[in-house]
Design a binder for this molecule. Sequence first.
Ligand SMILES: *[C@@H]1O[C@H](CO)[C@@H](O)[C@H](O)[C@H]1NC(C)=O
Ligand SMILES: *[C@@H]1O[C@H](CO)[C@@H](O)[C@H](O)[C@H]1NC(C)=O
Ligand SMILES: *[C@@H]1O[C@H](CO)[C@@H](O)[C@H](O)[C@H]1NC(C)=O
Length: 328
Amino acid sequence: MMVLLTLMAAVISPLTVLGQQDTRTILQFLKDEGLTTLSGFVVGTGLDKTLGDVKVLQGHVVDQVKACSAKLPSNMLIGLATNSTALKEVLQGHVVDQVSVCSAKLPSNMLIGLATNSTALKQVLQGHVVDQIVLSQYVRDKDTKKNFNGETLSFKVYDNGVKTINGAVLVGIDHSLANGVVHMIDDVLLEPDSNIGEYIAQHETDFQDLFGLLVLGRLFGPLETTGPYTLFAPVDQAFESIKDTVTQLINNRTALSDVLKYHVVADTYWSEGLTDGMKLPTLNGADLTISVGLDGVKVDNAKVIQADIPTSNGVIHVVDTVVVPSSP
Ligand SMILES: *[C@@H]1O[C@H](CO)[C@@H](O)[C@H](O)[C@H]1NC(C)=O
Ligand SMILES: *[C@@H]1O[C@H](CO)[C@@H](O)[C@H](O)[C@H]1NC(C)=O
Ligand SMILES: *[C@@H]1O[C@H](CO)[C@@H](O)[C@H](O)[C@H]1NC(C)=O
């Protein structure tokens, strides 16, 4: 899993944490930790007015890439963050590859967009700030918080001890500071721009068959309007390799619905929460079996070929095979 490179710092506030030793502000902490890209962006967008000031503060930020930005000195990054022309030049040049490897969720054109639009950048940064102290040991499964943009951030706590926020894994310890708490996370948090149904409908090069069958099987509506769900989404090739079965299913909508529901789990299972041997109860009533091995993650006999597509009502994992519940 490519989680090592993007180190984001999530931050929380305000002043009222008891027994604090560390009197640094969030901004100072980010600088001291060498989170130079993030602290540069924070200054460049004016968020330092919040995160640097103990009196005002309320925050919970999350950002950026220790490993990735290690090669750039911090004064240069702060300079870049405050000069979008220069930043754009750098991003378009040699740095862009490095950065996009680090932030898998951020396509390079989006990074350039953020670098040249401080309103958009500020919005992304604010997406990582919560106006409340959040200590990870007290986070419970399905807790939600509103970030500074008013969007919902959802925590998941899995049996294997992994904690995620909108799919990004909380890494290491909480850093309690003068005006908040910083949490390191392993990815950039972005507000998903579609729900599960919309994502499938909009990606017809991969999911034309799945989309059509979900509509016929009357499962498309729920995937658009309710949740949260985990959808194991077979690509078109998977349906094309069992054409005769698909024809039978189309002629028997009860059977179609049964098979489709076997691909949907109520609740959000990011891949970090999936463990070998785990059973996931599906909407069909039968359990899927997860296996995690050297060749990746499998769901029954289907291989996960793209994991963790974030949506506003859950997560999609793309699989290479249609899974069928064994007869009772
Ligand atoms: C911003 O960067 C560009 C390109 O490096 C440079 O020409 C310009 O003078 C800089 N502007 C400021 C205000 O520093
Ligand atoms: C900058 O980003 C904001 C927020 O995403 C957007 O509304 C605005 O249109 C963008 N401005 C430009 C010039 O692209
Ligand atoms: C349709 O499928 C259901 C569930 O698999 C099965 O119980 C039923 O007998 C099938 N109906 C027909 C007409 O084959």
